[in-house]
Ligand binder design. Sequence first.
Ligand SMILES: [Zn+2]
Length: 380
Amino acid sequence: MDSDRDFTPEQLARGRALRRAQVPWVLGGRAAGLALSLLLGLTPAGAHLVGGAGRLFGGSWAAEVLAGATALVLLGQLLGLPFAARVRSVRSGYGLVTQGWGGWAVDLLRGLALTLALALPAALGLYALTGWSADRWWLPAAGAAALLTVALSFLFPLVVEPLFNRFSPMPDGELRSALVALAERDGVPIRDVLVADASRRTTALNAYVSGLGATRRVVAYDTLISTAEPREVELVVAHELGHVKHRDVAVGTVLGALGAAVAVGLLGLLMSLRPLLDAAGVPDAADPRSLPLLAACAAGLGALAGPVQSAASRRIEARADRHALELTGDPEQFIAMQRRLALTNIADVDPPRVLELLFASHPSTARRIAAARTWAAARP
Ligand SMILES: [Zn+2]
């Protein structure tokens, strides 16, 4: 791949420099979180923490579950804070951040409230099930996890996205008409393209599809609409229409639901292993003080599943790119759009392969451009 053809050496160096400045903190934050989970789950420290937190609130079963889960979530957030702050200031140094520290802190608190709103009822439900049967709790829990995954995917645009952004229908005009015509030509029924007020946080460009059925929506950042050429916006939306056409959100949700059910089954197995329970200093999975062990096992499974999820995501993204090329028949504008995204977002257009393989949700810019040239060359 010859990125030199599409980018100047300065542009390539700038993306590489930002990647080198922020990746250690992004990955460091993740590694620290995983290490904390393992430390609390695989030693008696976590059980002591949950027991102590429970005693502060009367020491009942529910107090242990609720106070213990809250303590675990808060500790994880506190540990992640310096890493997240460092990533923010690195990105700020590159002009990618438009939000002050106050707004950043409010976002963090909103995220924390959302996490607790999900985690506390889930923990209560889970320990109600382990109390019912310390051996077979995972069976109904697996079903519940699958249902919850589908419900969250459906509710995400209604409940989660409005916490962080405002959305408005794209104003009437040439661009909106062009996008609606594009969707019609594609045979994809979309009610509208929504514009998110992303500029309150960032200068970066993005668009995405979320929701299921009645909540499905195509969203473009306002930064994209105000920065990119209309034809480039069309290419971005053509890519998003590829996601709609192939039902990527619905299929991803079903796979996610299956994955969640399998993960809970594996958790059921792990939480029955005597060496793990002994390491955590708890008699069985019915004891709420086993919560840190459960969290550690879940964090470990999550870390193992990450690369598989990113590989699946990269395939889906490459397919949406092909859809954009087929729908528009315009590889030149596709490449212009990729250049625009990479330059505005200060992307490393050709990152180290190992980072791409383990963590990237999208193929690199260099790969996406090369794929477009290959597609164009194969056309008569
Ligand atoms: Zn995509």
